[in-house]
Design a protein. Structure first.
Length: 125
């Protein structure tokens, strides 16, 4: 099969972006997605099992959200354990800092203040 691809980058209103996403959702449900610009197009046939990559970023005055769907053949579903997509911002509590175990000193312990040092006992035969 010949490699065929199409990339479109444009500026548009949020309502238009939503309309594209809704059309994409409908197309995925039918099992046929066609992306077209003028005379160029790519027709895709999504399968039941897909890989999803979601990326979100913020930096000085710019935000970006990227969704990537890919598929090859039928494969078992892998859980997306902690993935949540919603319209609300979660209330995040700061994670407790993990305490590192205290390192033991390499020097020998000294007797406590006020304790007399006992002389070593001599061995007798």
């Amino acid at each position: 099969m010949n490699k065929k691809s199409i990339t479109v980058k444009t500026s548009l209103k949020k309502d238009r972006a939503i309309a594209y996403l809704e059309e994409l959702t409908k197309s995925l449900k039918t099992g046929q997605v066609c992306i077209q610009q003028e005379n160029e197009f790519v027709a895709l046939s999504p399968v039941d099992q897909m890989e999803l990559e979601v990326s979100a970023a913020q930096k000085k005055g710019k935000e970006k959200l990227t969704f990537e769907l890919s598929w090859v053949t039928e494969t078992p579903e892998l859980p997306a354990d902690n993935l949540v997509i919603s319209s609300t911002t979660p209330k995040v509590t700061p994670a407790a800092k993990k305490e590192e175990p205290k390192k033991e000193s390499a020097t020998k312990a000294e007797p406590a203040k006020g304790a007399a040092a006992k002389p070593a006992a001599k061995a007798t035969n």
